[in-house]
Ligand binder design. Structure first.
Ligand SMILES: Cc1cc2nc3c(=O)[nH]c(=O)nc-3n(C[C@H](O)[C@H](O)[C@H](O)COP(=O)(O)OP(=O)(O)OC[C@H]3O[C@@H](n4cnc5c(N)ncnc54)[C@H](O)[C@@H]3O)c2cc1C
Length: 386
């Protein structure tokens, strides 16, 4: 189990539990879910029963109260089995639960964190819009105060698990059209699907991550009670950006899980497939590919766990979280591309798992900040230090 990492007994037990869970509940079904673009709703309860949906929620709210390092170890395992289950777990644990935990009132924590930790309700994060992706602070969804309530109008795009989530952290403008304040004029709201004016819109038909539902959410005069506003009405964007740092560590773990699965399939195939009278793994050209895969995966994991440990010590990690996501995502893309090469023509078919891993890997270079945006974060941090 990850020889370079010094794992505690608890961390080893978490990894074993995740592996057993995946062997029984995920791996046998993932290819069919992928073919059918099927989101399996029973996974939420099953993950919740094992504590995987409350990994960093304190025990006082029925979570496991683990640190980031332990959470990421579990997330790598789940993602190696199916990246769609990985993103469900990553978004839920890194974004809505953490936002409520960090910025919510005691009442909000008591109302929402317990059910989320137990897997009774799933969390989603709604920042992006059709015309606001990388430039998220240009979002247009508008929140207007009406008595004690807020009334929200707008369309959120690309929302993972948006049609199945029971708690959605939605960002909307609280400034007014005549006095726009950019990222300082946005609030974060705890939206539940029972509120009047909540609609699930278009479902995306994706190349990968097909078992993860991705939908638009339409807020049509959505009436949100005043006690569902998270913290300060002008700081929602800052809360979202801060939480995305942890989110990026989660996506890095997901990417490492995808890459590791591809590497394991490729090395097993290289040991078996015979050409020119010997296993292709005996050819240096193939061995070098496997060596580069193993090296990049180990480097990505080492960077990730060093950064996660720094986060758990309370140190600032902004540029390092960006490096983790950038490097792990590009590793996943490179490893899955080369895994298909090791499989030759068979790798290009749906009979073998590497083409799915290749399709799943691509999104890690796109969501929670594209690779270009990660480079901007890292580049700016470097210039600031001069
Ligand atoms: C499967 C999936 C699930 C998602 N889940 C969620 C979710 O749960 N919640 C949520 O809020 N969002 C979610 N997203 C949205 C995701 O975060 C955005 O797709 C992402 O931020 C990029 O935005 P965009 O797609 O609008 O691309 P754009 O911002 O339009 O970017 C297009 C291209 O331009 C590049 N670019 C943009 N600006 C610059 C710049 N300044 N310099 C250099 N290059 C630049 C980008 O890197 C990219 O290559 C999801 C997306 C996908 C695909």
């Amino acid at each position: 189990m990850h020889p370079l990492l010094h794992l505690s007994e608890t961390q080893r037990a978490v990894i074993s539990t995740a592996r057993e869970f995946c062997a029984a509940e995920v791996t046998p079904f993932a290819p069919q879910w992928d073919r059918d673009a099927h989101f399996e709703p029973t996974l939420v309860q099953k993950l919740g029963e094992l504590g995987f949906l409350g990994m960093m929620i304190p025990e006082a709210y029925d979570g496991l109260g683990f640190d980031t390092v332990t959470y990421l170890l579990a997330l790598e395992e789940i993602s190696a089995a199916d990246a769609s289950v990985g993103v469900l777990m990553s978004v839920h644990n890194s974004l809505p639960t953490q936002m409520i935990l960090k910025y919510g009132s005691e009442g909000q924590k008591h109302a929402f964190l317990g059910p989320m930790a137990r897997g009774e309700t799933l969390g989603a994060f709604a920042l992006s819009e059709p015309d606001a992706g990388s430039d998220a602070s240009s979002l247009r969804a508008q929140a207007v105060r009406d008595g004690d309530d807020w009334v929200l109008n707008g369309t959120k795009a690309w929302i993972s698990a948006g049609g199945h989530a029971g708690v959605i952290l939605a960002m909307a403008r609280t400034d007014t059209p005549d006095a726009r304040k950019g990222g300082k004029g946005i609030g974060a709201f705890i939206v539940t699907p029972d509120l009047p004016g909540f609609k699930v819109g278009k479902k995306e038909n994706k190349m990968g991550l097909r078992a993860s539902e991705t939908v638009q959410l339409v807020f049509d005069n959505l009436r949100v009670p005043g006690d569902r506003l998270l913290g300060d009405p002008s700081l929602g964007f800052a809360y979202a950006m801060q939480s995305l740092e942890a989110g990026r560590l989660g996506i890095a773990a997901q990417a490492i899980g995808i890459a590791r699965a591809a590497y394991e399939h490729a090395s097993a195939y290289a040991a078996e497939r015979q050409q020119f009278g010997k296993a292709i793994g005996e050819f240096q050209g193939i061995q070098f590919k496997l060596a580069d895969m193993a090296t990049r995966i180990t480097a990505a994991r080492s960077l990730l766990h060093t950064t996660a440990a720094a986060k758990d010590r309370g140190e600032p990690i902004t540029e390092y979280a960006a490096m983790c996501k950038l490097f792990a995502a590009e590793t996943a893309m490179w490893v899955t591309t080369n895994a298909i090469q090791v499989f030759g023509g068979y790798g290009y078919t749906t009979d073998y798992p590497v083409e799915k891993l290749f399709r799943d890997a691509k999104v890690t270079e796109i969501y929670e900040g594209t690779s270009e945006i990660q480079r901007i974060v890292i580049g700016r941090a470097g210039l600031k230090g001069r």
